[in-house]
Design a protein around this ligand. Structure first.
Ligand SMILES: [Fe+2]
Ligand SMILES: [Fe+2]
Length: 279
């Protein structure tokens, strides 16, 4: 069965009109190249990563009978597809600043094709469950601390907020399919460990490629500020550690972490983001 709280979320794919034409500051996160390239690396990962998530859920779609979950799967697929398109447009805009985003995504596409060939559908779904937990935790952090985006390029800020809301809305869809069709707690946890190691190695490598292409060597000050941004008292990764611990409990479900407050009525808290919706 799906978790009772999963059934209370309306997963609505929203089409958004982002302005990805206006040039932005090269290192838009407070001129910090380490923080900025972390988000550029994530943006490089999203389109092909999210298409893989869709693929891993589609592997089971026809076997799901619960009408609510079937509807939620459709919502999840629609949302992830829109995220991919929006981030592709953003990646083009980052590429125009001289960063090798398409070379990086070409590399990623090979990796995804390899994973599709090598992993069975259970492991593919477990990988999606792991990544969806990570993105929902990042999303929670951004929606709890939106002021960290105040000085960032407005298009990136709006895209991240919209993406964060939808990641929380659909955070349990792959999980509910996994629980119904695979339901292996050991595999779920093991794949989380492997996928986080792989994810952070990949992000670091992409950051290296981005900085090398720009011939930029981060200054001491950037390292200090980036360390604070990621691991400080209100650090984005430090915040993640807590929700990771919960994931490793037996019987964990994404909606054990109640994030309704962050998504209910989000339009009134972010009217400039909501106003970009076109459907
Ligand atoms: Fe997404
Ligand atoms: Fe997602």
């Amino acid at each position: 069965m799906t978790h009772p709280t999963s059934q209370q979320v309306d997963i609505k794919p929203r089409r958004m009109a982002f302005d990805t034409d206006t040039p932005m500051n090269k290192y838009t996160f407070d001129n910090n190249s380490l923080v900025s390239t972390f988000f550029y690396a994530l943006s490089a990962l999203f389109p092909d990563g999210e298409r893989f998530f869709i693929h891993s859920v589609r592997n089971y779609q026809d076997e799901i009978e619960d009408p609510v979950l079937r509807q939620q799967i459709r919502g999840f697929i629609g949302q992830e597809a829109h995220h991919g398109h929006s981030h592709e447009a953003l990646n083009d805009s980052i590429e125009r600043m001289g960063f090798p985003m398409s070379a990086i995504t070409a590399r990623l596409q090979k990796r995804v094709a390899f994973l599709k060939r090598r992993l069975g559908r259970k492991r593919q779904l477990a990988l999606t469950v792991a990544m969806e937990h990570f993105t929902a935790s990042m999303a929670e952090f951004l929606l709890k601390n939106p002021e960290i985006l105040d000085k960032v390029d407005p298009t990136i800020r709006k895209m991240l907020i919209w993406h964060a809301v939808e990641e929380i809305e659909h955070k349990a869809v792959a999980f509910d399919v996994y629980r119904l069709k695979v339901n292996n707690e050991r595999l779920r946890k093991r794949v989380m460990v492997i996928s986080m190691a792989g994810l952070f190695a990949r992000i670091a490598y992409y950051q290296f490629l981005l900085l090398r292409a720009d011939g930029h060597c981060p200054r001491w000050r950037e390292w200090v500020d980036a360390t604070r941004f990621f691991w400080g008292k209100k650090g984005i990764l430090r915040d993640n550690v807590h929700s990771m611990k919960l994931f490793f409990q037996d019987g964990f479900h994404p909606w054990d972490i109640d994030q309704h407050d962050l998504i209910d009525d989000w339009q009134s808290r972010f009217p400039d983001v909501a106003s970009l919706q076109t459907n």
